[in-house]
Write a protein that binds this ligand. Sequence first.
Ligand code: KIV
Length: 268
Amino acid sequence: MAGRKVTIPDLVKKKQDGQKITMLTAYDCPTAKVLDEAEIDIVLVGDSLGMVVLGYENTLPVTMDEMLHHTKAVRRGLKRSLLVGDMPFMSYQLGVPEALYNAGRFLKEGGAEAVKLEGAGTRILEITRAMVEIGIPVMGHLGLTPQFVHQMGGYRVQGRNEEAAKLIVDQAQNLEAAGVFALVLEGVPPNLAKVITPQLKIPTLGIGAGPDCDGQVLVSLDLLGMSGAQSPKFVKRYANLREESLKAVRQFKQEVESQQFPTQEYCY
Ligand code: KIV
């Protein structure tokens, strides 16, 4: 698949062929260009935008306008990766007409190729079916669903006991039947993801769900070490850009104050 545009059928094929799928978040054009060049399969403009970029306490305040603004920027940086827009809280929960309208905005205005919804209640299943019916691909999201933060009582691992695990298994099957093309499993025990993944034809994408999903997703700023000092256990930091940035900015300050910058070589 090197160099070629990633499509939804490609992702299902990857699952069938036992090839792992990669997904990362992006909120701006330069990051999108890096992910695209690295041939990440799926780029998600997550509503994590609210917490990691906009400084909100949780994802609930994020608006459609904010999501579209960032989705358009990411679109401009991508050639190859599949672009998924995350529908923010209360942009789809009210009912089918508003959900279709807002999902349509992600595709028409934002240039996304699919949207992601959290949960699998009766209403979400109905909305998912309606979107799929009119050609809007939907990615599901189960387990630790951040838009349910108040109901969950914080960001806690879900599906730990038998009853809760059974519910997530049923929800995964219901979402597949409703037509989702992929499913994010967030913050669930590895054993649960291991049970769900082979039951589904669609790929599962794990975040804090162990190694047995069909692919893995992380928030880019977490893996780059740009988010705060503390990150969840499932985050592996592949770089420490926060430290590097701080060092560079401090050096700039010191060199300006001591009149070491700019030297002749930086002058016209
Ligand atoms: O909002 C987000 O970034 C997400 C991913 C972590 C899956 O939903």
